[in-house]
Design a protein around this ligand. Structure first.
Ligand code: NAI
Length: 468
């Protein structure tokens, strides 16, 4: 006998649980199937624990640099056991809160491994046996992703010498000479953490021509410069040829700008992206179209036969693989299932955030993309060195704004610098409301704040720069 629900969600990460919560709020009877813990990668292996590390890293940096502010403090050491405990406390509290919210909203969380039997039926293997669930209004695939492995002999992750971000979150020591392959979000975030925690040498190896290569070219340059200033080394445009594991370390050989080079480290972290979990779950058999493992969707997150939807990291890379884009996808799906009017997501309007030091936040298009598309644009770059608050913090970077030539709408806001991940929230409104630089120039930014740099950048592009 099948148990019947309005909506069945397969996977309890951010994409899955946001769908379930919104659907329940709209009065639907919802089952959320999860084989591990609700909260998924973001809560247990990604956003939340890594940002707890970054918070600890910021405290360590403050202690190390306190004398620059006239404060006498001594930095002794980072105690990883205590940092892990602090991180665990944050994750556990969030996990508990999420479980309570799901329960309070009436979502039925089913612990077990789900399998799509047909477009409206999910079979779940639980500790008590098998259950068959049937959906009236839809099934939502939200099974997430895992770190990609480097397809090179010797580079298989073992959790000790060669690790991925999952392992890095449980290391009980600070690696002295970590080598990181991939300078995307995960690479530069862990590089920043370990550098602040006291690693002697952090090395990044990136295949493309800059760190955070998906970002605006000036962000790449500025972040690269600042990582170097903090003592890190980033080899870009580098092709990894070999990885050798020894008793005490690893040796990575790559082809870079200076020909073949070798770096040695005590640990190698592979951070070359994540791959979707879509195999062996009955997806293709039920009519879901996969491309290199990613679920193909239309602009309403629909896939395969009527009533099947997909959200989160199993979607192709253009959907960004970010927790907050998956929240939005969850809303889009739940509201459709409730037959509410919905609008497709403009992925360019989803803010991207990287918690390196300095942070990166961006929204809209970058200069390379606009050039490629042949858009006539103008740009301005406002440095944080002109901003009083950033000066007090001894931080630098810039706000870059791109707009349609001759006074047209803002097409991109790119921030690299202090609190960029918070500041980009304003950029998001500017981009998504299709604001003109002159309109933003009229908004009043409180003084003295970092947000003034956003205002000043728009004043500058509108030809009314106050400072600088
Ligand atoms: P990513 O796609 O952001 O970066 C991977 C990097 O590795 C790319 O720059 C790529 O060019 C490089 N790469 C790939 N193969 C390589 C090779 N063989 N040798 C050298 N470099 C190579 O993926 P990442 O950093 O692993 O993150 C995974 C996912 O998690 C992404 O979707 C990311 O956006 C998300 N994430 C988001 C965060 C945030 O929003 N703050 C933080 C961490 C992860």
């Amino acid at each position: 006998m099948a148990d019947t629900y309005d909506l069945i969600v397969l996977g309890g990460g951010t994409g899955g649980y946001s769908t379930a919560l919104r659907a329940a709020q709209l009065g639907m009877h919802v089952a959320l199937v999860e084989k591990d813990k609700v909260g998924g990668t973001c809560l247990h292996w990604g956003c939340i624990p890594t940002k707890a590390f970054l918070q600890a890293a910021e405290v360590a940096e403050h202690a190390q640099k306190s004398d620059e502010f006239g404060v006498r403090a001594t930095f002794e050491a980072v105690e990883m056991a205590a940092v892990l405990e602090y991180k665990k406390g944050i994750v556990d509290a969030n996990h508990k809160g999420l479980q309570m919210t799901l329960k309070a909203r009436g979502v039925e969380t089913i612990a077990g491994t789900g399998h799509l039997s047909d477009h409206a039926t999910v079979t779940v293997r639980t500790d008590e046996g098998e259950r068959t669930l049937r959906a009236n209004r839809g099934v939502v695939l939200a099974t997430g992703s895992v770190p990609r492995q480097l397809p090179i002999e010797g580079a298989e992750t073992d959790g000790e010498r060669v690790i991925d971000s999952d392992h890095a979150l449980y290391l009980d020591y600070v690696p002295n000479r970590p080598v990181i392959i991939g300078a995307g979000a995960i690479g530069v975030e862990f590089a920043s953490v370990w550098n602040a925690f006291g690693s002697e040498q952090v090395t990044l190896i990136e295949a493309l021509d800059g760190v955070v290569p998906n970002e605006d070219v000036d962000t790449q340059k500025e972040l690269g410069k600042q990582l170097k200033r903090r003592g890190m080394t980033a080899h870009t445009g580098a092709k990894v040829n070999a990885v050798e594991k020894g008793q005490d370390g690893v040796r990575v050989t790559f082809e870079g700008a200076k020909g073949e080079e070798t770096v040695e480290g005590d640990v190698l972290m592979v951070a070359i992206g994540r791959r979707p979990i879509t195999e062996g779950l009955g997806y293709e058999e039920a009519g879901v179209r996969l491309d290199r493992g990613f679920v193909q969707i239309d602009e309403y997150a629909r896939t395969g036969p009527e009533g099947l939807y997909a959200v989160g990291d199993i979607l192709p890379p253009y959907t960004l693989g970010l927790a907050h884009s998956s929240f939005q996808e969850g809303f889009l799906v739940a509201e459709q299932a409730a037959e509410l009017p919905v609008v497709p997501i403009d992925y360019a309007g989803v803010p991207r955030v990287t918690y390196s030091h300095p942070e990166v936040g961006s929204v809209g298009y970058n200069e390379q993309e606009l050039t490629e598309r042949g858009v006539a644009f103008e740009k301005t770059t406002y440095p944080f060195s002109h901003n009083g608050r950033a000066m007090m913090m001894k931080e630098s970077g810039h706000v870059k704004v791109l707009a349609v030539k001759d006074g047209g709408r803002v097409l991109g806001v790119h921030i690299v610098g202090p609190k960029a991940t918070d500041l980009i929230a304003e950029g998001q409104l500017i981009y998504n409301w299709e604001a003109l630089p002159t309109e933003v120039g009229q908004f009043i930014h409180p003084h003295p704040t970092l947000s003034e740099a956003v205002g000043e950048a728009h004043l500058a592009i509108a030809g009314k720069a106050l400072h600088g």
